[in-house]
Write a new protein. Structure first.
Length: 237
């Protein structure tokens, strides 16, 4: 792709105020680095309630949308009260990103969801979540790894007929930094990778092959498949 045609990739920042860590919008540099390496131009957007009326205008400025990781989705978006082990939530970011997803799907803008981003894609399309894996699922493996270097901790099984099978091996290792997971998959999504305890680790839209999500954090990993996922996204815009 010629430089003048580099796609602009919108990505919403998180708000550190929800952790009481200051009045700051933030995004890890690893996301923007991998978008750059894949040939895209990252465009950071702060979630502001005042911007919710400008969603379609914002989307006209981007060629693709990356949904980054972050805090828990408020369970109200799938009709539940919070369990006692729910983590931090940010309803301003939730409502902004859900509106972006709904409109991006209508406009045919590609979406790549990462961790919280995959869960948000599922909820925006009508699915729901386990609010806390530890207390809601028996016999699960460790999904909140302790080592912070981003390397793989658990295996996934990849559907051999899916887009993901062109990116990583049928049995691959991924990192895992989530205490929530997809419970009921939205009607319009298909699962394409699972952990050993049958939790969904990757999804793709039923009819749009450039709308997908992964439960792990490829931006944190230094292996070949992790950059390839970003490349795949940019190449399918
Ligand atoms: Mn996991």
């Amino acid at each position: 792709m010629a430089d003048t045609q580099k796609p602009i990739i919108g990505i919403v920042t998180s708000y550190d105020g929800v952790f009481k860590k200051g009045d700051v919008n933030s995004l890890g540099t690893k996301y923007t680095r991998k978008i750059h390496l894949a040939g895209g131009i990252p465009l950071l957007i702060p979630a502001r309630p005042q911007l919710n009326d400008d969603i379609t205008r914002i989307l006209t400025k981007m060629d693709g949308l990356v949904l980054a990781g972050g805090v828990d989705l408020h369970p109200n978006y799938y009709g539940e009260e919070p369990v006692k082990d729910l983590g931090y939530v940010d309803v301003i970011r939730d409502s902004f990103e859900i509106a972006l997803v709904e409109n991006a799907l209508e406009l045919g803008i590609p979406i790549f969801g990462i961790c919280r981003g995959m869960q948000l894609l599922n909820v925006a399309m009508g699915g729901n979540l386990y609010q806390n894996i530890d207390t809601e699922i028996d016999d699960h493996i460790q999904h909140m790894q302790k080592s912070g270097d981003g390397s793989g901790i658990h295996s996934i099984h990849v559907d051999s007929n899916s887009f993901l099978s062109h990116i990583c091996a049928e049995k691959s290792f991924v990192n895992s930094f989530h205490h929530q997971a997809i419970k009921n998959l939205a009607d319009g999504l298909e699962a394409v990778a699972w952990s050993k305890d049958r939790l969904i680790e990757a999804v793709v839209h039923g009819t749009k092959d450039n709308v997908f999500g992964v439960q792990w954090h490829p931006e944190e990993m230094r292996d070949e498949k992790s950059q390839k996922i970003f490349n795949y996204f940019i190449d399918h815009i």
